[in-house]
Design a protein around this ligand. Structure first.
Ligand code: HEM
Length: 356
Protein backbone atom coordinates (compact mmCIF):
# COMPACT_ATOMS: atom_id res chain seq x y z
CA UNK A 1 0.00 0.00 0.00
CA UNK A 2 1.97 2.94 -1.27
CA UNK A 3 -0.20 5.58 0.37
CA UNK A 4 0.84 4.63 3.87
CA UNK A 5 3.19 7.40 4.89
CA UNK A 6 5.42 5.60 7.32
CA UNK A 7 4.98 3.17 10.09
CA UNK A 8 3.99 4.45 13.51
CA UNK A 9 6.00 7.62 13.32
CA UNK A 10 4.80 9.25 16.51
CA UNK A 11 3.55 8.43 19.97
CA UNK A 12 0.68 9.82 22.01
CA UNK A 13 1.62 8.68 25.52
CA UNK A 14 -0.93 8.66 28.32
CA UNK A 15 0.47 10.30 31.48
CA UNK A 16 -1.33 8.96 34.54
CA UNK A 17 -1.93 11.70 37.13
CA UNK A 18 -0.50 11.17 40.58
CA UNK A 19 -2.85 9.59 43.10
CA UNK A 20 -4.44 7.14 40.66
CA UNK A 21 -6.24 4.29 42.41
CA UNK A 22 -4.28 1.64 40.50
CA UNK A 23 -1.28 2.97 38.59
CA UNK A 24 1.75 4.15 40.58
CA UNK A 25 2.71 7.85 40.51
CA UNK A 26 4.72 8.72 37.43
CA UNK A 27 3.18 6.00 35.21
CA UNK A 28 3.19 6.73 31.49
CA UNK A 29 1.53 4.39 28.98
CA UNK A 30 3.46 4.21 25.76
CA UNK A 31 0.93 4.55 22.93
CA UNK A 32 2.13 4.66 19.31
CA UNK A 33 -0.21 6.55 16.95
CA UNK A 34 -2.21 4.44 14.47
CA UNK A 35 -0.50 3.80 11.14
CA UNK A 36 -1.20 6.91 9.01
CA UNK A 37 -2.53 7.19 5.47
CA UNK A 38 -3.41 10.13 3.24
CA UNK A 39 -7.03 11.22 3.13
CA UNK A 40 -8.83 11.12 -0.21
CA UNK A 41 -7.70 7.78 -1.66
CA UNK A 42 -4.38 9.11 -3.03
CA UNK A 43 -6.04 11.02 -5.88
CA UNK A 44 -7.15 14.10 -4.02
CA UNK A 45 -5.17 14.14 -0.82
CA UNK A 46 -6.51 16.76 1.54
CA UNK A 47 -3.51 16.71 3.78
CA UNK A 48 -5.38 15.45 6.80
CA UNK A 49 -4.21 12.28 8.45
CA UNK A 50 -6.28 9.12 8.02
CA UNK A 51 -5.90 5.56 9.30
CA UNK A 52 -5.60 2.21 7.55
CA UNK A 53 -7.83 -0.88 7.87
CA UNK A 54 -6.00 -4.15 8.35
CA UNK A 55 -8.96 -6.30 7.35
CA UNK A 56 -11.80 -5.79 4.85
CA UNK A 57 -14.79 -3.72 5.90
CA UNK A 58 -17.35 -6.17 4.49
CA UNK A 59 -18.75 -8.97 6.63
CA UNK A 60 -16.99 -11.39 4.31
CA UNK A 61 -15.26 -13.73 6.73
CA UNK A 62 -11.91 -12.00 6.32
CA UNK A 63 -11.28 -12.88 9.96
CA UNK A 64 -11.35 -16.52 8.77
CA UNK A 65 -9.95 -16.30 5.24
CA UNK A 66 -7.69 -13.25 5.46
CA UNK A 67 -7.98 -10.02 3.50
CA UNK A 68 -5.74 -10.93 0.56
CA UNK A 69 -4.94 -13.90 -1.66
CA UNK A 70 -1.46 -14.05 -0.13
CA UNK A 71 -2.89 -14.39 3.38
CA UNK A 72 -5.37 -17.03 2.27
CA UNK A 73 -2.64 -19.28 0.83
CA UNK A 74 -1.01 -19.43 4.26
CA UNK A 75 -4.32 -20.34 5.90
CA UNK A 76 -5.41 -23.17 3.58
CA UNK A 77 -4.29 -26.74 4.12
CA UNK A 78 -1.38 -27.13 1.65
CA UNK A 79 -2.05 -30.85 1.09
CA UNK A 80 -5.85 -30.77 0.94
CA UNK A 81 -6.60 -27.17 -0.11
CA UNK A 82 -10.37 -27.60 0.16
CA UNK A 83 -9.78 -27.46 3.93
CA UNK A 84 -8.53 -24.65 6.13
CA UNK A 85 -5.28 -25.60 7.83
CA UNK A 86 -5.54 -26.80 11.44
CA UNK A 87 -3.04 -28.14 13.93
CA UNK A 88 -3.37 -31.06 16.32
CA UNK A 89 -6.75 -31.12 18.10
CA UNK A 90 -8.31 -29.13 15.24
CA UNK A 91 -6.84 -25.97 16.76
CA UNK A 92 -5.59 -23.07 14.66
CA UNK A 93 -2.33 -23.47 12.74
CA UNK A 94 0.84 -22.39 14.57
CA UNK A 95 2.48 -19.03 14.01
CA UNK A 96 6.22 -19.47 13.54
CA UNK A 97 6.72 -15.99 14.91
CA UNK A 98 6.86 -16.74 18.63
CA UNK A 99 6.76 -13.03 19.46
CA UNK A 100 3.12 -12.93 18.27
CA UNK A 101 2.04 -14.03 21.77
CA UNK A 102 3.42 -14.88 25.21
CA UNK A 103 4.23 -18.58 25.49
CA UNK A 104 4.49 -20.00 28.99
CA UNK A 105 4.26 -23.75 28.36
CA UNK A 106 6.60 -25.74 26.16
CA UNK A 107 4.97 -27.25 23.07
CA UNK A 108 2.34 -24.52 22.74
CA UNK A 109 2.27 -22.02 19.85
CA UNK A 110 0.87 -18.65 18.92
CA UNK A 111 -1.78 -18.98 16.19
CA UNK A 112 -2.35 -17.61 12.72
CA UNK A 113 -5.79 -16.64 11.42
CA UNK A 114 -7.40 -14.24 8.97
CA UNK A 115 -7.05 -11.44 11.54
CA UNK A 116 -3.72 -10.87 13.28
CA UNK A 117 -5.50 -10.05 16.57
CA UNK A 118 -6.25 -13.75 17.01
CA UNK A 119 -3.74 -14.06 19.87
CA UNK A 120 -5.00 -11.13 21.97
CA UNK A 121 -7.11 -13.27 24.28
CA UNK A 122 -8.10 -16.99 24.17
CA UNK A 123 -11.84 -16.23 23.94
CA UNK A 124 -11.17 -14.46 20.64
CA UNK A 125 -8.93 -17.33 19.56
CA UNK A 126 -11.82 -19.74 20.22
CA UNK A 127 -14.12 -17.80 17.88
CA UNK A 128 -11.48 -18.03 15.18
CA UNK A 129 -11.12 -21.75 15.81
CA UNK A 130 -14.89 -22.21 15.56
CA UNK A 131 -15.22 -20.73 12.08
CA UNK A 132 -12.14 -22.53 10.75
CA UNK A 133 -13.59 -25.79 12.06
CA UNK A 134 -16.97 -24.87 10.60
CA UNK A 135 -15.41 -24.42 7.16
CA UNK A 136 -13.94 -27.89 7.39
CA UNK A 137 -17.20 -29.38 8.63
CA UNK A 138 -19.05 -27.91 5.63
CA UNK A 139 -16.41 -29.36 3.27
CA UNK A 140 -17.06 -32.81 4.76
CA UNK A 141 -20.82 -32.37 4.36
CA UNK A 142 -20.36 -31.39 0.70
CA UNK A 143 -18.12 -34.39 0.13
CA UNK A 144 -20.90 -36.53 1.56
CA UNK A 145 -23.20 -35.02 -1.09
CA UNK A 146 -20.81 -36.10 -3.83
CA UNK A 147 -18.72 -32.96 -4.39
CA UNK A 148 -15.16 -33.86 -5.38
CA UNK A 149 -13.35 -30.90 -6.97
CA UNK A 150 -11.03 -29.40 -4.36
CA UNK A 151 -11.38 -25.76 -5.46
CA UNK A 152 -15.16 -25.99 -5.82
CA UNK A 153 -15.38 -27.56 -2.38
CA UNK A 154 -13.29 -24.77 -0.87
CA UNK A 155 -15.23 -21.93 -2.51
CA UNK A 156 -18.66 -23.40 -1.74
CA UNK A 157 -17.76 -24.05 1.91
CA UNK A 158 -16.34 -20.54 2.17
CA UNK A 159 -19.54 -19.09 0.71
CA UNK A 160 -21.76 -21.00 3.15
CA UNK A 161 -19.52 -20.17 6.12
CA UNK A 162 -19.60 -16.45 5.26
CA UNK A 163 -23.39 -16.59 4.82
CA UNK A 164 -23.66 -18.07 8.30
CA UNK A 165 -21.48 -15.30 9.73
CA UNK A 166 -23.69 -12.70 8.04
CA UNK A 167 -26.81 -14.42 9.32
CA UNK A 168 -25.47 -14.48 12.89
CA UNK A 169 -24.35 -10.86 12.65
CA UNK A 170 -27.54 -9.38 11.24
CA UNK A 171 -30.34 -11.63 12.45
CA UNK A 172 -28.96 -12.68 15.81
CA UNK A 173 -26.31 -10.24 17.05
CA UNK A 174 -27.46 -6.89 15.64
CA UNK A 175 -31.11 -7.65 16.43
CA UNK A 176 -30.05 -8.01 20.06
CA UNK A 177 -27.61 -5.11 20.11
CA UNK A 178 -29.71 -2.53 18.24
CA UNK A 179 -33.13 -4.18 18.84
CA UNK A 180 -35.32 -5.48 16.02
CA UNK A 181 -37.28 -2.23 16.07
CA UNK A 182 -34.21 -0.14 15.18
CA UNK A 183 -33.14 -2.78 12.64
CA UNK A 184 -36.54 -2.56 11.02
CA UNK A 185 -36.56 1.26 10.99
CA UNK A 186 -33.24 1.21 9.14
CA UNK A 187 -34.13 -1.64 6.75
CA UNK A 188 -31.40 -3.82 8.19
CA UNK A 189 -33.43 -6.97 8.78
CA UNK A 190 -32.72 -9.83 6.41
CA UNK A 191 -36.20 -10.84 5.35
CA UNK A 192 -37.46 -13.49 2.99
CA UNK A 193 -36.65 -16.55 5.09
CA UNK A 194 -35.74 -19.69 3.20
CA UNK A 195 -37.82 -19.01 0.14
CA UNK A 196 -36.18 -15.90 -1.31
CA UNK A 197 -32.91 -14.00 -1.34
CA UNK A 198 -31.94 -10.58 -0.04
CA UNK A 199 -32.16 -8.13 -2.93
CA UNK A 200 -31.26 -4.91 -1.16
CA UNK A 201 -27.58 -4.81 -2.14
CA UNK A 202 -26.55 -1.44 -3.57
CA UNK A 203 -23.11 -1.43 -5.22
CA UNK A 204 -22.94 2.38 -5.22
CA UNK A 205 -22.82 2.67 -1.43
CA UNK A 206 -19.37 3.29 0.05
CA UNK A 207 -18.92 0.44 2.51
CA UNK A 208 -15.76 1.72 4.18
CA UNK A 209 -15.85 1.47 7.94
CA UNK A 210 -16.43 4.96 9.31
CA UNK A 211 -13.47 5.99 11.43
CA UNK A 212 -15.93 6.96 14.15
CA UNK A 213 -17.27 3.41 14.21
CA UNK A 214 -13.81 2.02 14.96
CA UNK A 215 -13.85 4.09 18.14
CA UNK A 216 -17.57 3.95 19.03
CA UNK A 217 -17.89 0.18 18.63
CA UNK A 218 -15.32 -0.27 21.37
CA UNK A 219 -18.45 -0.15 23.52
CA UNK A 220 -17.89 -3.93 23.34
CA UNK A 221 -15.10 -3.37 25.86
CA UNK A 222 -17.82 -2.99 28.50
CA UNK A 223 -18.69 -6.67 27.88
CA UNK A 224 -15.24 -7.94 28.86
CA UNK A 225 -15.20 -10.13 31.97
CA UNK A 226 -12.49 -10.16 34.63
CA UNK A 227 -12.02 -13.87 34.16
CA UNK A 228 -11.77 -16.37 31.34
CA UNK A 229 -13.16 -19.82 31.92
CA UNK A 230 -13.47 -23.27 30.38
CA UNK A 231 -16.76 -25.13 30.58
CA UNK A 232 -16.19 -27.24 33.66
CA UNK A 233 -17.86 -30.55 32.78
CA UNK A 234 -15.85 -33.62 31.91
CA UNK A 235 -12.72 -32.85 33.96
CA UNK A 236 -11.32 -36.24 33.03
CA UNK A 237 -8.04 -35.09 31.49
CA UNK A 238 -4.60 -35.37 33.05
CA UNK A 239 -4.15 -31.61 33.54
CA UNK A 240 -7.03 -31.50 36.01
CA UNK A 241 -5.04 -29.42 38.53
CA UNK A 242 -4.71 -26.56 36.05
CA UNK A 243 -7.67 -24.32 37.08
CA UNK A 244 -10.50 -23.86 34.56
CA UNK A 245 -10.89 -20.23 35.64
CA UNK A 246 -8.10 -17.71 35.09
CA UNK A 247 -7.90 -13.98 35.70
CA UNK A 248 -7.96 -12.26 32.34
CA UNK A 249 -4.62 -10.56 32.97
CA UNK A 250 -3.04 -14.02 33.00
CA UNK A 251 -4.75 -14.94 29.72
CA UNK A 252 -3.89 -11.90 27.56
CA UNK A 253 -1.74 -12.91 24.61
CA UNK A 254 -1.33 -16.38 26.14
CA UNK A 255 -2.82 -19.32 24.22
CA UNK A 256 -2.45 -21.75 27.13
CA UNK A 257 -6.18 -22.08 27.87
CA UNK A 258 -6.78 -23.27 24.29
CA UNK A 259 -4.30 -26.09 24.88
CA UNK A 260 -5.81 -27.20 28.19
CA UNK A 261 -7.84 -30.38 28.72
CA UNK A 262 -6.21 -32.21 25.85
CA UNK A 263 -6.35 -29.22 23.47
CA UNK A 264 -10.14 -28.92 23.83
CA UNK A 265 -9.87 -25.45 25.38
CA UNK A 266 -11.45 -23.63 22.41
CA UNK A 267 -14.71 -25.60 22.47
CA UNK A 268 -14.87 -25.54 26.27
CA UNK A 269 -14.36 -21.78 26.29
CA UNK A 270 -17.06 -21.28 23.63
CA UNK A 271 -19.43 -23.38 25.71
CA UNK A 272 -18.63 -21.29 28.78
CA UNK A 273 -19.28 -18.08 26.82
CA UNK A 274 -22.66 -19.31 25.60
CA UNK A 275 -23.79 -20.25 29.10
CA UNK A 276 -22.51 -17.07 30.83
CA UNK A 277 -23.92 -13.56 30.80
CA UNK A 278 -21.48 -10.85 29.81
CA UNK A 279 -21.48 -7.51 31.66
CA UNK A 280 -24.07 -4.95 30.55
CA UNK A 281 -23.50 -2.47 27.73
CA UNK A 282 -22.63 0.57 29.81
CA UNK A 283 -19.86 3.01 30.69
CA UNK A 284 -18.08 0.54 32.97
CA UNK A 285 -15.02 -1.42 31.87
CA UNK A 286 -14.01 -4.22 34.23
CA UNK A 287 -10.81 -3.91 36.20
CA UNK A 288 -9.09 -6.65 34.20
CA UNK A 289 -9.26 -4.52 31.04
CA UNK A 290 -9.30 -1.06 32.61
CA UNK A 291 -6.20 -1.48 34.72
CA UNK A 292 -4.58 -4.78 33.90
CA UNK A 293 -4.68 -4.90 30.09
CA UNK A 294 -1.64 -6.79 28.77
CA UNK A 295 -0.10 -6.96 32.27
CA UNK A 296 3.51 -8.09 31.95
CA UNK A 297 6.37 -7.60 34.40
CA UNK A 298 4.22 -5.20 36.43
CA UNK A 299 3.46 -2.95 33.43
CA UNK A 300 -0.12 -2.74 32.10
CA UNK A 301 -2.54 -0.56 30.13
CA UNK A 302 -5.98 0.94 30.65
CA UNK A 303 -8.19 0.01 27.69
CA UNK A 304 -10.77 2.73 28.39
CA UNK A 305 -8.04 5.38 28.44
CA UNK A 306 -6.58 3.92 25.24
CA UNK A 307 -9.98 4.25 23.56
CA UNK A 308 -10.33 7.93 24.49
CA UNK A 309 -6.74 8.57 23.43
CA UNK A 310 -7.26 6.74 20.13
CA UNK A 311 -10.31 8.88 19.39
CA UNK A 312 -8.06 11.93 19.70
CA UNK A 313 -5.31 10.30 17.61
CA UNK A 314 -7.87 9.69 14.82
CA UNK A 315 -9.35 13.20 15.13
CA UNK A 316 -12.85 11.92 15.89
CA UNK A 317 -15.28 14.84 16.43
CA UNK A 318 -17.07 15.30 19.75
CA UNK A 319 -20.13 13.13 20.30
CA UNK A 320 -22.69 15.90 19.83
CA UNK A 321 -21.11 16.97 16.51
CA UNK A 322 -21.07 13.40 15.29
CA UNK A 323 -24.76 12.97 15.99
CA UNK A 324 -25.53 16.30 14.32
CA UNK A 325 -23.42 15.67 11.20
CA UNK A 326 -24.10 12.00 10.66
CA UNK A 327 -27.53 11.43 12.17
CA UNK A 328 -28.98 14.83 11.26
CA UNK A 329 -30.00 15.53 14.86
CA UNK A 330 -29.82 19.01 16.33
CA UNK A 331 -27.92 18.85 19.57
CA UNK A 332 -26.76 21.97 21.36
CA UNK A 333 -23.05 22.68 21.55
CA UNK A 334 -22.42 21.56 25.14
CA UNK A 335 -20.88 24.78 26.34
CA UNK A 336 -22.34 24.23 29.82
CA UNK A 337 -22.72 21.10 31.92
CA UNK A 338 -26.51 21.42 31.91
CA UNK A 339 -26.63 21.21 28.11
CA UNK A 340 -25.29 17.64 28.24
CA UNK A 341 -28.88 16.45 27.93
CA UNK A 342 -27.97 12.99 26.63
CA UNK A 343 -26.17 12.13 29.90
CA UNK A 344 -27.79 11.38 33.25
CA UNK A 345 -26.95 13.51 36.27
CA UNK A 346 -24.60 10.96 37.80
CA UNK A 347 -22.55 10.85 34.61
CA UNK A 348 -22.47 14.65 34.37
CA UNK A 349 -21.17 14.86 37.95
CA UNK A 350 -18.48 12.29 37.12
CA UNK A 351 -17.44 14.19 34.00
CA UNK A 352 -17.27 17.39 36.05
CA UNK A 353 -14.87 15.69 38.42
CA UNK A 354 -12.34 14.99 35.65
CA UNK A 355 -12.85 17.77 33.09
CA UNK A 356 -12.69 21.52 33.77
C1 HEM B 1 -11.05 -9.42 26.08
C2 HEM B 1 -11.56 -8.82 25.02
C3 HEM B 1 -10.96 -7.64 24.32
C4 HEM B 1 -9.71 -7.09 24.40
C5 HEM B 1 -8.55 -7.52 25.28
C6 HEM B 1 -9.66 -5.98 23.48
C7 HEM B 1 -8.55 -5.17 23.29
C8 HEM B 1 -8.47 -4.18 22.36
C9 HEM B 1 -7.30 -3.37 22.11
C10 HEM B 1 -5.97 -3.49 22.87
C11 HEM B 1 -7.59 -2.51 21.12
C12 HEM B 1 -6.68 -1.45 20.52
C13 HEM B 1 -6.63 -0.26 21.48
C14 HEM B 1 -5.86 0.92 20.90
O1 HEM B 1 -4.63 0.84 20.86
O2 HEM B 1 -6.48 1.89 20.49
C15 HEM B 1 -8.95 -2.78 20.71
C16 HEM B 1 -9.61 -2.15 19.68
C17 HEM B 1 -10.91 -2.36 19.35
N1 HEM B 1 -11.80 -3.21 19.97
FE1 HEM B 1 -11.36 -4.48 21.45
N2 HEM B 1 -10.88 -5.85 22.87
C18 HEM B 1 -11.70 -6.85 23.35
C19 HEM B 1 -13.01 -7.07 23.01
C20 HEM B 1 -13.72 -6.31 22.12
C21 HEM B 1 -15.13 -6.46 21.85
C22 HEM B 1 -16.03 -7.52 22.52
C23 HEM B 1 -15.45 -5.54 20.90
C24 HEM B 1 -16.76 -5.25 20.23
C25 HEM B 1 -17.74 -6.11 20.18
C26 HEM B 1 -14.25 -4.80 20.59
C27 HEM B 1 -14.16 -3.79 19.69
C28 HEM B 1 -13.01 -3.12 19.35
C29 HEM B 1 -12.91 -2.17 18.26
C30 HEM B 1 -14.03 -1.76 17.30
C31 HEM B 1 -11.60 -1.71 18.24
C32 HEM B 1 -10.97 -0.74 17.25
C33 HEM B 1 -10.40 -1.57 16.14
C34 HEM B 1 -9.66 -0.74 15.13
O3 HEM B 1 -9.84 0.47 15.02
O4 HEM B 1 -8.87 -1.33 14.41
N3 HEM B 1 -13.23 -5.29 21.35
N4 HEM B 1 -9.47 -3.78 21.49
Amino acid sequence: MSFILNNRDQCVPIYVPNGDSFFPNGTCMNVPRSVPALDGYCNTPTGSRQQVNKITSYIDGSNVYGSSAAELIKLRDPNFPEYMAVSLGKNLPPNNDTSACTLTVQGESCSIAGDSRVNVVPSLGSYHTLFVQEHNRIVNLLKGLGWTDSEELFQEARKINIAQIQQITYNEFLSWFLTREVMNQNSLLITGGRTSYFTGYDSTINTDIANDFGIAYRIGHSWITNQMQLHTDFPETSDINDPDVKNIENAYLNPHMLYMRGRTGASRMLKWMTETKCPRTDRFVEDGARNKLFLKNGVSFDLAALNINRGRDHGIPPYWKYRTNLCGETLADPSSWTSLTWHDNITIELLKSVYQ
